[in-house]
Design a protein around this ligand. Structure first.
Ligand SMILES: Nc1nc2c(ncn2[C@@H]2O[C@H](COP(=O)(O)OP(=O)(O)OP(=O)(O)O)[C@@H](O)[C@H]2O)c(=O)[nH]1
Ligand SMILES: [Mg+2]
Length: 647
């Protein structure tokens, strides 16, 4: 079976395209996973095919990335509007990172919104590969009525809902065709010495030879050919499918690519798991593409026996042998990590490019019923195994369930799955940033701990001095006690008490960056104890903190924002509006047309940053964050946080 992924921006026409491709030679079989990944099996040219239809939402990029792991090639389906080319940037980025041979299909040519040339130029801004135009549209007035193939030099007239009719190249197209063909040949000649020679000698190379070169350069992932059409009218569909049939590599190329990335032998790689989901009463279903020969239920795969093999759509058992390249579903194979490269005895982590964008949105999920707390955390852990855009952790302080998701749509889908499949209803709320407090001046105290309860008493007397430490220095403890006023063996107890006092300061928050010095004290030969000095240390420091003008400290994060360069300018005002500090931006060396923008942002602004970034970049920009340091916060904003913590 040959397998390709169709991916691209939302509403580009991907699902329509898959449907039309699959229908070219009759029946097809389609299934859709709960995560929106469509899987269509069909026959074309006496071969079995599987098309993976990746959901178009940027929040579901992980599923598109993982579909590429199982694909011999991919089709990037885009709009004919040059201004929308940027929407394809995240897909070009993952396609190029993955090394998957790609064909661009400019869809919706029935409603062009600009010149095809401009669409390609705009896409080229985000592609390191040369985009190679393989067809030019034939226009009548402002309508596109057909296309002309630049290799075979044949023209087709589109017919509604049918395969196009072969026609003569219209005379007014001939000149444009020659120019475009010359350009195509020149680009191809960069990858073929024979062709270069032919062109230099001014000879006209035969179509067959050019087709052979274009197949090779696609297989070797050197260029990205561009075809055009209109999926919903079945225009350009046959050409696209034929290009895939003749030019896309077979599964051995994928196997070699994945094996090389994982540093294992080709022959050791017998499959790749690329998608999984949970269903009620069924458990985990894993989609696998077989890359070796002879896999079947009970085969040793990743160190354990492969569970029942099923049809991905119907869930019915599959009796036929699994052939190399086949895509199948399996249940009761919970030992298979997803995604992963599968050898009989082991599973190897997939290449780094499969890592989805860092989730930007953080939410606390609270079960509507308290009884569901454990179930919620168990269920989320399970879901995170199959949903790689999801990260699950616990909120500091409260221990509440914290989820990091790709965005609002992802969050909604997650809550829906929790309710419908696992019967856990939840409410979500934003987490509050983790605040701290510190002191702004020194203070000295004298504290005496004394208790007389029945038999033995407690006595400890300490003189303490506290001072602000440098930012980031944390807690420190010193002593200048003379003459054994506080015996050596009790000093660690004073320090332990002082540390305990840092857990909650006068503002009700954890105290940071404070130095404590024990300067003097007194003890009693019978009643003094470690316990008493610990209590004295704690209470003494607590009193000292109360006099040392506590200030609120807010967390500051270092964020790395990934955006197409055209948006970089709009980020400065966004970062400034959050009282953030722009650190600068650089070209992203790993993806053409992208910048990495670095800034320091208060924790309280991260949620808003995610929102603003989404709207400023049409949902394309993402960021990752790392805690950097704490910084004082004063004024009304600080007062509001302090009173919220006090209540
Ligand atoms: N005019 C026109 N409309 C099209 C064409 N192809 C698809 N459409 C329409 O565009 C809409 C979206 O098509 P889909 O195939 O669902 O798009 P998609 O890319 O799968 O969308 P998502 O999965 O939501 O990302 C539908 O209403 C289609 O009928 C086309 O070539 N021309
Ligand atoms: Mg779709």
């Amino acid at each position: 079976m040959r397998c390709f992924t169709v991916l691209g921006p939302s509403q580009a026409g991907k699902s329509t395209l898959v449907e039309k491709l699959a229908a070219l030679e009759g029946a097809s079989k389609k299934s859709i996973s709960p995560y929106g990944l469509g899987l269509t099996e069909f026959e074309f040219g006496n071969e079995a095919w599987c098309a993976l239809d990746a959901p178009g939402s940027g929040e579901a990029l992980a599923h598109a990335q993982h579909a590429l792991l199982a694909s011999d090639a991919c089709i990037l389906c885009v709009s004919p509007n040059p201004e929308e080319a940027v929407l394809a940037a995240p897909y070009l980025r993952v396609i190029e990172a993955s090394g998957t041979p790609c064909i661009v299909f400019v869809n919706r040519m029935d409603e062009p919104r600009g010149r095809l040339r401009d669409v390609i130029a705009s896409l080229q801004d985000f592609a390191s590969h040369t985009l190679l135009l393989r067809q030019i549209p034939i226009r009548e007035g402002d309508k596109i009525v057909g296309s002309c193939d630049l290799i075979s030099e044949r023209a087709w007239r589109y017919r509604e809902g049918q395969i196009s009719a072969l026609v003569e190249i219209p005379t007014d197209v001939v000149e444009r065709e020659h120019e475009a063909r010359a350009e195509l040949l020149e680009s191809l000649s960069e990858f073929d010495d024979w062709l270069l020679e032919e062109l230099i000698e001014d000879r006209e190379p035969a179509s067959d030879a050019i087709y052979a070169i274009s197949s090779r350069v696609l297989r070797e992932n050197r260029i990205i050919p561009v075809l055009v059409g209109a999926a919903s009218h079945s225009n350009g569909i046959m050409r696209l499918m034929k290009a895939l049939r003749h030019e896309a590599p077979q599964s051995d190329v994928l196997r070699a690519r994945l094996a090389a990335a994982a540093n294992i032998k080709d022959t050791a790689l017998v499959g790749v798991s690329f998608h999984a989901y949970h269903r009620q009463n069924v458990g985990k279903t894993v989609l696998v593409r077989s890359l070796g020969d002879g896999l079947k239920q009970g085969s040793l795969l990743a160190g354990s026996r492969l569970g029942p093999v099923q049809d991905p759509g119907t869930g019915k058992p599959v009796a036929a042998a699994i052939l190399p390249g086949d895509v199948f579903a399996t249940v009761k194979s919970d030992h298979l990590p997803v995604p992963s490269l599968l050898a009989p005895d082991t599973a190897v982590a997939p290449p780094a490019w499969t890592t989805p964008p860092t989730p930007m949105l953080e939410r606390i999920l609270v079960p509507d019923s308290e009884r569901d707390e454990t179930k919620l955390s168990e269920t989320l852990a399970k879901l995170a195994e199959t949903d790689h855009g999801l990260k699950v952790m616990q909120e500091e302080g409260t221990g509440a369930q914290l989820v990091c998701v790709q965005g609002p749509v992802h969050l909604r889908d997650l809550c829906k799955t929790l309710a419908e499949v696992f019967h856990v209803n939840v409410t979500d709320r934003p987490p509050s940033p983790v605040y701290r407090e510190t002191i702004s001046k020194t203070s000295d105290v004298h504290y005496r701990h004394r208790k007389q309860t029945g038999g033995a008493g407690q006595f400890a007397d300490v003189k303490l001095s506290i001072h602000p430490n440098e930012r980031g220095e944390g807690f420190s403890f010193g002593e200048t006690v003379k003459g054994g006023a506080v015996p050596r063996n009790f000093i660690p107890a004073v320090e332990a008490g002082a540390r305990e006092a840092m857990e909650k300061g006068p503002l009700g928050l954890r105290v940071i960056d404070v130095g404590v010095t024990l300067t003097d004290g007194q003890h009693h030969s019978v009643d003094s104890s470690e316990f008493a000095f610990r209590a004295a240390g704690k209470m003494g420091v607590r009193d000292a903190l109360a006099q040392a003008s506590a200030v609120l400290m807010q967390p500051i994060f270092r964020v790395e924002i990934h955006i197409p360069s055209i948006y970089s300018g709009s980020l400065v005002p966004i970062v400034s509006s959050f009282k953030g500090q722009v650190l600068g931006f650089d070209r992203d060396e790993t993806a053409k047309g992208w910048d990495v923008f670095r800034a320091l942002i208060p924790g309280s602004a991260l949620d808003e940053l995610a929102r603003s970034l989404r709207s400023a970049t049409q949902g394309i920009g993402t960021f990752s964050k790392n805690f950097d340091h704490f910084e004082e916060l004063y004024g009304k904003e600080a007062d509001a946080i302090i009173s919220a913590h006090a209540s």
